[in-house]
Design a protein around this ligand. Sequence first.
Ligand SMILES: *Cc1c(COP(=O)(O)O)cnc(C)c1O
Length: 235
Amino acid sequence: MLTKDQISKNLRKIKQEIEEAKNQSGRKEDNIILVAVSKLQPAEYIKWAIEDGHRDFGENYVQEALKKMEDISEPDVNFHFIGRCQTNKAKYIAGNFSMVHSVDSLKFAKELDKRCEKKDYYQDILIEVNVAKEETKGGVLEQDLEKFTEALLKECSRLKIKGLMCMPPYMEDPEKVRPYFAKLRKLKEDLEQKLKISLPHLSMGMSSDFKQAILEGATIVRIGTKIFGERQYKK
Ligand SMILES: *Cc1c(COP(=O)(O)O)cnc(C)c1O
């Protein structure tokens, strides 16, 4: 377990490093959202971070996330859904998260759209791209991205596409991950041009590689371990 003080220190340090990377990337004016990934960590950690002024949290497992949310009364806290999108979970996701980062199937998207319609909710989403074509990971393949995006635009009026997300392979040397971040940025720019849409967000970069992600244009980084330490629970 970490103490409240340790988490507070970690948050401050990460925010400082984000600032530095942002300045280095020449995007001084941009606001980079730090999603503190609290999956498999005690609800207490989230409360401490909120008391410390933090507002964005990432969760991978719907039931776990909803349970943690029950105890949080602050109105302006944002939960981001960053886990695998399973169609049977869409009804629990709809309306409960400020952004869903990992949309990668039309079946799920349609179900989420339907559930949002019922709740009269417009859901911000990102499309996850499988940038390294890894079989074990979710995400739309590069060659399917344009068609997939068009289908979402056409068939899911409740889903507001805000950008792209990726989870590249872990590498000892984070510089080796950089080409994947550059690729996601390029895919985003191509989509914007081809489909004449605006995609403000690139959700990329985790504890080990968020600086490289920011240098390649990340607007949202998702950081768990470097804030909350090793995860407490197993899945
Ligand atoms: C767990 C997780 C993270 C955070 O990973 P850390 O290495 O602990 O920073 C970020 N994004 C996704 C999608 C995750 O599942």
